[in-house]
Design a protein around this ligand. Sequence first.
Ligand SMILES: Nc1ncnc2c1ncn2[C@@H]1O[C@H](COP(=O)(O)OP(=O)(O)OP(=O)(O)O)[C@@H](O)[C@H]1O
Length: 282
Amino acid sequence: METIIEVNGLVKAFGNKRALSNINFTINKGEIFGFLGPSGSGKTTTVKILTSQLLATGGTVNVFGQEIRKMNDADHKRRIGILTDNSALYERLTIQDNLEMFCSLYDVENKRIAEVLEEVNLANDRKTLVKKLSKGMKQRVMLARAMLHKPDLLFLDEPTSALDPVNTLHIHEGLRKLNREGTTIFLTTHNMSEAESLCNRVAFIHEGVIKTIGTPEELRLQHSDDSLTVTVKEEGRMILQQNEESARRIAGWMQAGKLLSIHSNEPTLGDIFVQMTGRELQ
Ligand SMILES: Nc1ncnc2c1ncn2[C@@H]1O[C@H](COP(=O)(O)OP(=O)(O)OP(=O)(O)O)[C@@H](O)[C@H]1O
């Protein structure tokens, strides 16, 4: 499997404040990797270091097999797409003109613009001036810009933070499509349902330390308490532990046609985050 990002012992300090402590992880080609943590946990700092906008204090970061500090050549930059809160747009130009400028910079044909605008649900707004757009629409234009050149690696810092649920779903579809076409995605979020629906693997970061890394499924299984919630006619809803006694009671309710629903109590990623850190993700 091809490694796209390899981070070893990453440390970042701002003066005497440590924002990141001994961060280690690897991301393989084709993954959608989620970096989950509450505000101030170190997500943006990590993205900035991985995209060479900020220098690390210690440790090593390799992207596409090359040390990030040596990654200045245009070819490498061309392979990366970035959406962060400091991605700027030209306010006095239209969406189309903004994207055309980026096309010429990255040697992409203008016809690609229609495709990305479709993916971010802005196909009918391409002639609108950026200064007239809402915050969520601007975020979608910035996302379109980051996707325009079909980068091998896409960094998204809170990509749907300003979006309503309908546009969030639309964007998720667009990101899955880009991922199927070969783009590896590194995504930061404090939205656990976004991580559950999009990410192959997630890392939990808290106060600059990675608490755990795994697939959402692995993490749910590791933290599941094996209990079941059952709803029974005339008796209501109850929680049962999985054992012989519960199996006998469930079989009895089934025979009597009284079992209305049964499901395992798997924790959400948000529940697991609280279990591990004592803090909510939001
Ligand atoms: N330029 C800076 N100077 C000093 N401290 C900084 C600087 N940038 C970030 N920090 C501190 O580093 C820590 C991590 O910040 P970071 O922006 O990476 O968090 P985050 O997880 O991205 O938060 P959010 O979800 O709010 O964007 C915070 O304590 C923050 O105050």
